[in-house]
Design a protein. Structure first.
Ligand code: ZN
Length: 256
C-alpha cells in the first residue's frame, strides 16, 4: 500500500525519509539531554521550570533556539560555545548524526506505521545508553526498562506473538548471563554487568529467538573490537563498556 502511494508521487518518498531524518536529528538532541541528566541525577521536576532550559555548562548562559539546531549549531560555532568560546564536544553532533541515520533506516524499513513510532522512541533511549556506558560504564535501569517496555509495545503492535518473544527475551538474558559468569570465572573478575543482561533481554524481546546466534556472534565481535580500541587506541586497561556493541548489533539485526 505504501509502495503504491510512493510510486504515484515520486517526490513523496524523499520527503517522507527527509522528515524521518529530521525527527532523528531532534531525537539526537534529546539523547544528549538524557545522557547528561540521568547519570548526574538532575531532577526531572526541573524540566517543568525554567531550569529545564539548556544552558552552557561553563558560562551557564541559557541557549536560544539558534544554539540548539541539530548539527548546524555545532558547525556554525565550529564546536565552541557561542557566548564563552568553551569547546563543545564532538559527541553532540555525532549522537545527532547517529540518531538521524537510525531514523532514516526506521523510515526505510517500517514506513509510517505504529511499530515505527515505537522504534523511533527507542532511538534516544538506546543512543543515550551508548554515551552513558562509554563515559561511566553503567547502563541505567530507567533506560533499560524504557527499552523493554517500548520493545513490548513494538512486538504487540507488529502482530508478533508476544509470549514467544517474551520467552526469547529470557533465552537471550539467560545465555548472556551464563557466558558472562563463565568468562568471569575464567579471568578471575566480573566480566559482565547486570545492566548488559537487562539490555540484552530487551533486544531479545524484539529480535526473537531466530536471531539469537547472530546477535551473540555480532555483539561478541563488537565487544572484541571495543576492548581492543580501549586497550590499544585509548590506552585504557581494566573494564570496557559492552553496551555500545550490544546496541549496535541490535540495530544491525533489526534492519537486516
Ligand atoms: Zn559558554
Amino acid at each position: 500500500m505504501t509502495d503504491v502511494s510512493w510510486g504515484m508521487f515520486p517526490g513523496s518518498q524523499i520527503f517522507f525519509l527527509s522528515f524521518y531524518v529530521l525527527i532523528g536529528l531532534c531525537l539526537g538532541s534529546f539523547a544528549s539531554v538524557l545522557a547528561h541528566r540521568i547519570p548526574s541525577r538532575v531532577s526531572w521536576s526541573a524540566l517543568r521550570g525554567c531550569n529545564a532550559r539548556s544552558a552552557c555548562p561553563v558560562c551557564r548562559h541559557v541557549l536560544c533556539w539558534k544554539d540548539l539546531i541539530p548539527l548546524l549549531s555545532w558547525a556554525r560555532t565550529r564546536g565552541k560555545c557561542a557566548y564563552c568560546g568553551a569547546p563543545v564536544g564532538w559527541s553532540y553532533p555525532a549522537l545527532e548524526g547517529l540518531c538521524g541515520i537510525l531514523a532514516l533506516f526506521v523510515g526505510i524499513g517500517y514506513g509510517m506505521t505504529v511499530p515505527s513510532l515505537f522504534l523511533l522512541a527507542m532511538i534516544p533511549v538506546l543512543s543515550a545508553m551508548i554515551v552513558i556506558d562509554l563515559r561511566h560504564q553503567i547502563l541505567p535501569d530507567v533506560l533499560s526498562g524504557a527499552f523493554f517496555l517500548l520493545g513490548l509495545a513494538f512486538v504487540w503492535s507488529s502482530g508478533m506473538p508476544v509470549s514467544l518473544h517474551f520467552l526469547a527475551s529470557l533465552y537471550y538474558a539467560g545465555l548472556i548471563y551464563a557466558l558472562g559468569w563463565l568468562t568471569g570465572r575464567a579471568v578471575g573478575k566480573p566480566a559482565l554487568g547486570m545492566g548488559d543482561v537487562k539490555l540484552v533481554a530487551g533486544a531479545g524481546l524484539i529480535l526473537g529467538a531466530q536471531a539469537l546466534p547472530f546477535f551473540m556472534c555480532l555483539s561478541g565481535a563488537g565487544g572484541l573490537v571495543t576492548g581492543l580500541l580501549f586497550m590499544y587506541a585509548l590506552k585504557k586497561t581494566g573494564c570496557f563498556p559492552f553496551g555500545p556493541a550490544l546496541i549496535l548489533s541490535f540495530w544491525v539485526l533489526l534492519f537486516l
